[in-house]
Design a binder for this molecule. Structure first.
Ligand code: NAI
Length: 468
């Protein structure tokens, strides 16, 4: 097997950046170059004050330790490809917006362009690693493209190495992964390539956590893992609706259910709905795959996980309107949190966006506060999701610099993201400055309900009925 000395990562995003920065940190003998077409993103990775393009706890320390030593960020894609023995393809694979499979299938255009670029500029053999989440059998298409366009004497071995990090805990996940999964063809060449990548991870990951499987199993495992994680959230959220109608309490139900050792207690928190760039996209991808394989029942089964999630968000905004005497027109609503979850600045598919869109449609005034998401991003997301000119939205939405400020003169506070700082809110102070009756809607089950009720708030929590 080739001993890897130089790595190139195509795509300096949420996955490529942290993943390859950690490889560089843990493997000082390997030179790692992360490339992207997006100049602004690369400039931010190279920023002298370390204002990096993504927020992730611990990431700055990793980049500080390795950047300039054996970690480089660049827009010189061709050169980095030529120099490398191993190339990670970590480009975006969003849901297709038009054409065949629109709304479900993954858009593989970025993967294909990156693959063609590798074929075009490579002067030596490479191990090409799919890091992006892709539909099952994408590696085959990549191989066909590479082989049809390669120069004589260049060999390409393709591996699948999906990434299981979770945003918000990416660095911890990368330092101590539950598992690293490597898929390869079961030929001698495939196994050798697999061994080359395995020995990179072996610098810090215990051998028993590095799983090696066939290419197609590896590709499908990533979709399967995300589908099953999201399914767990939709399951608990479906039960939260029953709790609200019966007087059962979803936290108590989750606690009781999670004690079953076959089930485990993680990832059983009811909420306003899952967000993030991956869960929905990957399930829709699985739905599309099932349909193309003529498995309509399988497709419908997974589709329901997404349908349930949409329902949960809708149900929550409807409950806000219902509770506020069936109208929020002209009322001020404070939305705390805009990121799709705590400890990330990522807003892709964030539930907060759907809620704000619904409140704006009801002609409410919405005050927004998030500790990490920049104002520009909030406007971009609202422009994309609200079907009216941004200028009109700006008349209804105000972005604030603190939770307290956002809550001033509001009729209701909505907790949309479980940021730790929301646990420390001085609710007595908030109460003083709100219109009465003052409502709190906890979309993340983080507030101390008895305490807030004692202050005077009317608290509504997911999965807890008014009958409770
Ligand atoms: P991203 O959008 O943050 O980053 C992708 C980057 O690739 C962009 O900066 C883009 O400019 C660059 N790019 C696209 N085509 C290029 C080309 N031909 N040459 C150079 N650069 C190019 O996406 P993110 O979130 O990093 O996701 C990447 C992949 O990883 C996706 O397939 C996603 O499903 C998967 N994934 C994402 C996770 C997450 O938490 N965000 C977790 C696990 C997997």
């Amino acid at each position: 097997p080739v001993q890897v000395k130089k790595i190139c990562c195509i795509g300096a995003g949420y996955v490529g950046g942290p993943t390859c920065a950690v490889i560089a940190l843990k493997c000082p003998q390997i030179e790692v170059t992360i490339v992207d077409l997006n100049q602004a993103r690369i400039d931010a990775w190279n920023d002298k004050d370390f204002n990096l393009p993504i927020y992730e706890p611990g990431l700055e320390d990793v980049v500080r330790a390795a950047r300039g030593r054996n970690l480089f960020f660049s827009t010189e894609v061709d050169k980095a490809i030529q120099d490398a023995d191993l190339i990670f393809v970590s480009v975006n694979t969003p849901t297709k917006k038009g054409g065949v499979g629109a709304g479900f299938a993954a858009d593989l255009n970025y993967i294909e362009l990156a693959t063609r670029q590798i074929a075009k500029v490579s002067n030596s053999s490479k191990i090409v690693v799919e890091k992006s989440t892709v539909p099952c059998r994408t590696a085959e298409s990549m191989r066909t493209i590479l082989e049809a366009n390669s120069k004589p004497g260049c060999r390409f071995d393709i591996l699948s190495n999906p990434e299981f990090l979770a945003e918000g805990t990416a660095i911890d996940d990368l330092f101590a992964p539950d598992r690293v999964l490597i898929g390869s063809l079961q030929t001698q060449e495939g196994k050798d390539a697999c061994e080359s990548l395995r020995s990179v991870y072996a610098n810090w990951v215990p051998t028993e956590r590095i799983l090696t499987v066939g290419l197609w199993s590896s590709e499908l495992s990533k979709l399967a893992a995300n589908a099953m994680l999201a399914q767990r959230i939709s399951s608990i959220n479906a039960l939260s609706a029953i709790c609200e109608a019966t007087g059962a309490n979803i936290d108590e139900v989750a606690h009781a259910v999670g004690y079953d050792s076959r089930m485990g207690n993680k990832f059983l928190k009811a909420s306003v709905g899952f967000g993030g760039s991956c869960f929905q996209k990957d399930i829709l991808n699985l739905v599309y795959l099932s349909e193309t394989l003529h498995l309509p029942e399988v497709a419908a089964y997974w589709k329901q996980v997404v349908t349930m999630n949409e329902h949960q968000k809708r149900r929550f905004s409807k409950r806000v309107v219902d509770t506020l005497f069936n109208t929020i027109t002209g009322k001020r609503i404070a939305v705390l949190g805009f990121a799709f979850k705590a400890d990330t600045g990522d807003t892709r598919e964030s539930a907060a966006i759907t809620l704000i869109r619904d409140f704006v449609a009801e002609r409410a005034i919405v005050n927004v506060y998030d500790p990490k998401v920049v104002e520009e991003q909030i406007w971009l997301d609202l422009e994309e999701s609200i079907p009216q000119p941004l200028a009109a939205t700006k008349k209804q939405v105000v972005i604030h610099k603190s939770a307290l400020e956002a809550c001033k003169n509001a009729e209701a506070v909505i907790i949309a993201t479980e940021w730790k700082e929301f646990l420390q809110i001085d609710w007595t102070e908030v109460y003083k400055h709100m219109n009465k009756p003052a409502f709190v809607f906890d979309g993340r089950l983080i507030v101390d309900v008895p305490k807030l009720t004692e202050i005077g708030f009317k608290v509504t929590s997911i999965g807890r009925g008014d009958k409770a």
